[in-house]
Design a binder for this molecule. Structure first.
Ligand SMILES: *Cc1c(COP(=O)(O)O)cnc(C)c1O
Length: 429
């Protein structure tokens, strides 16, 4: 047999088979280049089926925390799969789920004492929204049904998550089906005005703390987040922190909320929770919210659950990932990588750094290409991606926003590959 990994013909055949039966996410199949055929991955490197290697500069959609194929996570997966692969989570429990809940509560911002598991970032957000809404109903405040969300926000692709996300440009078709949300610019006065205007109709506030990811790596200050917390306190409203992207060290602290000194009422986690190896999500909340569901009337329970709630293998991998984060001080490592990358970029961009709005939060580094149509649907996006691949890096600009968020294991030379690819995109912008 030939070595499939070094065989361009086999890679081409895989892509041809893919084209006949697979539908990819966020992909215009009429226009886009063939997908990259990935054979394997180790550390920060993706190995293509034709033998090329790419640095995974965006941690495979912001999931891969330590690096691909991290042996400690692989071993945790193997051991747990052999012991208990899966069991329903209603009326049953298991050590990995309980211990992971304990460990998350121990590390989370103060006051978050309950953990509800689901499968991905979107469901973590759905759970938060549904918990808050049902709590209001059970407290006799049925009018509280309008969430306040931010312009440029992204919270996932399921219906509730789409409703609180900024509709442009992804969600236009479904907009008539989405529930009412009050969207405000990232500005404390605008938030205060909106909350006051909604009065007893306001259900709560949802934010991506410090960095709005899919909206274009837009960064805001600790002060803004603290102002949002203060407003929620004044009006007795729950603050939902969607840390699906920012969680587990991306901002240089374990959580963005901790970095900003803010304690949210609900915290949504996914992506990096398992170190990026398996789908798993958690929604953390405070004890009074949990207690408000305790009732002799069974209909007051939270009727929400997924087949794979608290999958034991995913929980075991998440526990091992938390251990690695502790041992390696992953948040600091990510911030260090971000600092080095930003340094290289600003050195080469020189006077253009401010024109391109070069910015960083922890391990997330981004800049804007001024000559590219800013929308996500920008026609140049495909060409930008292709040029990055030619330079040896997997980048996926969000419209005109070029960003990197590499895994913690990224070496100096791999970081150079990322910087060079980003600079190549900036060069003729
Ligand atoms: C990615 C993301 C989501 C959605 O997570 P999925 O796992 O893709 O469903 C939600 N919120 C934020 C902030 C995200 O970055």
């Amino acid at each position: 047999m030939t070595d499939r990994r070094l065989d361009p013909a086999a890679a081409a055949e895989l892509v041809a088979r893919d084209a006949r039966c697979v539908w990819h996410p966020y992909t215009q199949h009429r226009l886009e280049h063939a997908p990259l055929a990935i054979d394997s991955a180790r550390g920060a490197l993706l190995r293509l089926a034709d033998g090329r290697e790419l640095v995974d500069a965006i941690s495979s959609w912001w999931t891969c925390l330590h690096g691909h194929g991290e042996p400690r996570l692989v071993e945790a997966l193997r051991a747990q799969a052999a012991r208990l692969d899966h069991v329903l989570f209603a009326g049953a429990t298991h050590e990995p789920a309980v211990r992971l809940a304990e460990e998350l509560v121990r590390r989370a911002p103060h006051g978050l004492t309950r953990v509800f598991y689901s499968d991905d970032g979107s469901t973590a957000v759905e759970v938060a929204l549904k918990l808050v809404r049902q709590q209001w109903v059970q407290r006799g405040e049925d009018a509280r049904r309008v969430f306040v969300a931010l312009e440029g926000g992204y919270h996932g692709d399921t219906f509730g998550a789409m409703a609180v996300g900024d509709p442009d440009p992804f969600f236009r078709a479904w907009q008539p089906l989405l529930f009412e949300v009050a969207r405000v610019p990232v500005d404390a006065t605008a938030l205060a005005d909106q909350i006051a205007r909604l009065g007893a109709r306001c259900a709560g506030v949802i934010v991506e703390p410090l960095v709005q990811g899919a909206g274009g790596m837009r960064m805001h200050s600790n002060a803004y987040l603290r102002a949002a917390r203060k407003l929620c306190d004044e009006y007795g409203l729950p603050l939902i922190a969607d840390e699906v992207m920012t969680g587990f060290g991306r901002t240089g602290e374990l959580f963005a909320c901790t970095k900003a000194g803010v304690e949210p009422d609900l915290l949504c986690l996914a992506k990096g929770l398992t170190g990026g190896m398996l789908p798993l999500a958690a929604t953390l909340c405070r004890e009074p919210l949990f207690e408000s569901f305790l009732h002799t009337d069974r209909s007051k329970a939270f009727f929400h659950g997924h087949s794979f709630t608290a999958n034991p293998i995913a929980c075991a991998v998440a526990l091992e990932s938390l251990a690695l984060i502790d041992e390696r001080d992953t948040p600091r490592r990510l911030a260090l990588l971000g600092e080095r990358l930003e340094g290289r970029l600003s050195q080469h961009l020189a006077g253009r750094a401010s024109e391109l709005a070069l910015r960083r939060c922890g391990g997330i580094v981004a800049f804007d290409l001024p000559t590219v149509d800013p929308g996500y649907l920008s026609a140049r996006a495909l060409e930008l991606r292709r040029r990055a691949v030619e330079r040896g890096a997997l980048l996926r600009p969000l419209g005109s926003v070029v960003y990197a968020m590499p895994p913690a294991c990224t070496s100096d030379s791999e970081l150079d590959v990322i910087a060079d690819a980003m600079l190549a995109l900036a060069a003729d912008a």
